[in-house]
Ligand binder design. Structure first.
Ligand code: NCD
Length: 344
């Protein structure tokens, strides 16, 4: 794939070699994310960070990633404060904002909207989540995390992953399963209420690529014998009525006791976050916060590296980053930690 100047809209655009290259570029971003040194390779460039749906880590990490490359960020965070609330079309917004920016990251509640926007944009657009459809940068950081947590240097193969929760509306699991499809012999266990199962076209696609897929609504058997368990929140904002979402909250939970009883030791615990920590939901309990296999905050750290890599590649400076380096003069805490060694 030709990264420079391209939109990043869907995992379908990627081949295995593109992912491997992106991960190499992400690895090289570590010293900048760690504040060991700084680069000004994107000094003067502007990111249009358009978030028409709630977001904390995706929005902030796209912004920080751009800042860490020396670029500047302009943000719109709400449909109510943008002209879209006055009836402006995505086409017009795209023409305008792409005149102000060098690259755009965009999140919107409607599936396909980011792609529609990108057709009118004059600069590369990165999909930061379009409704229930896709979230490619999250899938890339998830796979990057899986590899690091499991200590795998080369492309993953024969990975066993359980995806748990709202698999119908969860764009993170849609993109991650498509991304894993690029690799060999993946075993998917899809744990959800029947009404919230993974869309049939995605399950068919996984099977058509030769992967094994087990669908179940039994959490205990679903947790057995995986390398990674990927939990998700009930996506309440996608339900037309809240009382329907209430039916599913809290149905599938992971806590210390359930983990010890049903997961293989060292199973990596992931979640795209936010986890719903309200008592009635609590799909990932705080009692696992100190567990060495809990990868959720290493996942969020890795998001910065992946998003730096995406910007460097789409703006064609991946090989230039180190030519614009300066020292860091302020106090820097060690914040990006490697996963703990896997006990043998
Ligand atoms: C996810 C999303 O927005 O799809 N969050 C994220 O980007 N890390 C998952 C979610 O909201 O449940």
């Amino acid at each position: 794939m030709q990264f420079t100047g391209s939109h990043i809209l869907s995992i379908n655009q990627f081949e295995q070699q593109d992912v491997e290259y992106l991960f190499k570029v992400a690895d090289a971003m570590q010293p900048y994310a760690q504040r060991e040194k700084r680069t000004r390779v994107l000094d003067g460039a502007i990111l249009g960070n358009l978030f028409f749906e709630p977001s904390t880590r995706t929005r902030v990490s796209f912004g920080c990633a751009f800042n860490l490359l020396g670029g500047h960020v302009r943000e719109t965070t709400d449909i109510k404060t943008s002209s879209i609330s006055k009836g402006e079309s995505l086409y017009d917004t795209a023409r305008v904002i792409s005149g102000y920016s060098d690259v755009i990251a965009m999140r919107h509640p409607v599936a396909g909207s980011v792609e529609e926007f990108s057709r009118a944009s004059r600069v590369p657009v990165i999909n930061a989540g379009d409704g229930p459809s896709e979230h490619p940068s999250q899938a890339l950081l998830d796979l990057y995390t899986i590899r690091k947590e499991l200590g795998i240097q080369e492309p993953v193969a024969s990975l066993r992953i359980a995806m748990v929760g709202d698999l119908k509306h969860g764009r993170t699991v849609h993109s991650l399963s498509k991304l894993l499809c690029l690799y060999r012999n993946i075993h998917f266990t899809l744990v959800s209420p029947r009404e919230l199962c993974m869309p049939a076209e995605i399950v068919d696609y996984l099977r058509s690529k030769g992967h094994s897929v087990v669908e179940t609504d039994n959490m205990q058997t679903g947790l057995n014998n995986n390398d990674t368990v990927y939990l998700t929140r009930i996506q309440e904002e996608r339900f037309s009525n809240q009382s329907e979402a209430d039916l599913y909250r809290g149905r599938f939970r992971l806590n210390q006791e359930i983990y010890t009883a049903h997961c293989k030791p060292n199973t990596v615990i992931m979640h795209p976050l936010p986890r719903d920590s309200r008592a009635e939901a609590n799909e990932l309990d705080n009692d696992l916060n100190q567990h060495p296999s809990l990868a959720i905050f290493r996942q969020t750290d890795n998001g910065v590296l992946i998003r730096m890599a995406l910007f460097a590649l789409t703006l064609g400076v991946a090989e230039e980053v180190h030519k614009h380096v300066e020292a860091v003069s302020w106090f820097t805490a060690k914040r990006f930690r490697n996963p703990p060694p896997i006990p043998t």
